[in-house]
Design a protein around this ligand. Structure first.
Ligand SMILES: [Zn+2]
Length: 423
């Protein structure tokens, strides 16, 4: 038989990279082997063929903050970075804590998104019971333990009730772990005049205490699957590992920026203000080793687009990341010793499992034909002008990376072809 598309190169399957051909028909992977025929053939020489990358932590800002990003520009940035499915967070001006708000988001994404988009449901502090009604519309839930852009801190005492409610839905819960009381206490004591003082305001202790609280909560609700968002400390990884040894269903994610930058980068670039903030070099290394040793389950962007003037004048926290997913993934492989099969897990297989997207996450017969093809030898210096996010800037501006996404394929449709966007 002749396939619609044959993709030829080094395919990253769970057993390890394998020189083979992948035959795609009607948007589905039909077979993997040799001597396949197709009406179109892509020869991906010197490249690695990954299952399409899935980013479980993204803020696309629509509806309400379209000046920062919308489903079209955000998914353009995703294609640029090799991300074929993403999960959108609930902290919009009208938070995604109601059926109506989620229905509107789904309509907007349906009309404008160029890759797969699924949603997180938010937890309303004044009416947590409402989250149960959202379960048919969301892939997971998100809870904020501290204040951040567009979200209030959920009172720590309410955790057990939320855990019980989310466990009832069978969906996982992602938690922003920073203890608001510890941050409030620091805000009265920390001298905020230094360029990196923000890192002390939201201290390592505020994260570690919050994670410890989550672990205690899970002991009382062992059926819940929970995930620590944007782990920034070696200590967080140890706490999560300890919880898993107890049999608790807890994982953690690492962002591109916490893996790449430490707090000393804040001295030159105040745009790197994020929640949680960048940490010391030891913690950054612990995160990279955590990815390498698979103590970290997900590599995420926490794509938080703000315009440059909002960052410069308003001091808002958060950085864009989707445009640079494949840059940092390639850096992890080539400079930091992360194996390609590990990248396939943290960037695709584990996210698919977490979001219950059984149709994707692996290059295997029967799965959707979503691929991120990385050229390991196409080094590039990041420039703000190349960014597709409406934010219009990259935290990596001026930095050189060893490779990047060359083909991006979603459901058999080639969205990026030999580095060029397909319209
Ligand atoms: Zn976030």
């Amino acid at each position: 038989m002749e396939h619609d598309l044959v993709l030829e190169g080094r395919v990253v399957v769970p057993a390890g990279p394998w020189d083979a051909e992948v035959g795609v028909t009607d948007g589905i992977i039909e077979e993997i082997g040799h001597g396949l025929k197709g009406s179109r053939r892509i020869r991906a020489e010197g490249c690695l063929i990954f299952p399409g990358f899935i980013d479980i932590h993204v803020h696309l800002r629509e509806p309400g903050w379209e000046r920062k990003e919308d489903f079209r520009t955000g998914t353009m940035a995703a294609i640029h970075g090799g991300v074929t499915t993403l999960a959108d967070m609930p902290n919009n001006p009208t938070p995604a804590t109601t059926v109506e708000a989620l229905a509107l988001k789904a309509r907007l994404a349906e009309a404008k998104a160029l890759v797969g988009v699924v949603f997180y449901g938010g937890v309303a502090a004044d009416d947590p019971e409402r989250l149960v009604k959202l379960s048919g519309r969301v892939s997971a839930y998100k809870l904020y333990m501290s204040e951040t852009t567009g979200a209030e801190a959920f009172p720590a005492g309410g955790l057990p009730r939320v855990f019980r409610l989310v466990a009832r839905t069978g969906k996982p819960l992602s938690i922003h772990c920073e203890d608001q009381a510890i941050i409030d206490e620091a805000s009265r004591a920390v001298d905020m005049s230094g360029p990196d003082a923000y890192c002390d305001l939201r201290s390592p202790r505020s994260e570690a205490e919050a994670v410890a609280g989550v672990v205690r909560g899970l002991r009382g609700e062992r059926g819940l699957t929970a995930n620590v968002c944007h782990a920034s400390l070696g200590e967080t990884l140890s706490l999560v590992e300890g919880a898993r040894r107890e049999g608790l269903r807890l994982s953690c994610e690492a962002t591109l920026h916490h893996a790449y930058f430490s707090r000393k980068a804040m001295l030159d670039n105040p745009l790197l203000r994020t929640n949680p903030p960048l940490r010391g070099e030891e913690d950054r290394e612990a995160l990279v080793h955590g990815v390498r040793d698979e103590k970290v389950s997900f590599l995420v962007t926490d794509h938080a687009p703000h315009l440059l003037e909002e960052k410069e004048e308003g001091g808002l926290a958060g950085v864009p990341g989707l445009d640079d997913y494949s840059h940092v993934a390639t850096w992890l492989m080539k400079s930091e010793g992360v194996h390609p099969t590990t990248i396939a897990k943290v960037a695709s297989a584990n996210p698919a499992r977490y979001l219950r997207l059984g149709d994707r996450g692996e290059v295997a017969p029967g799965k959707r034909a979503d691929f991120t093809v990385i050229d390991l030898h196409a080094s590039e210096t990041v420039k703000n002008d190349d960014v597709r996010s409406r934010a219009g800037w990259s935290p990596y501006d001026g930095r050189e990376f060893p490779g990047r996404a060359r083909w991006v394929i979603y459901g058999g449709d080639v969205l990026m072809d030999d580095f060029e966007f397909v319209r």
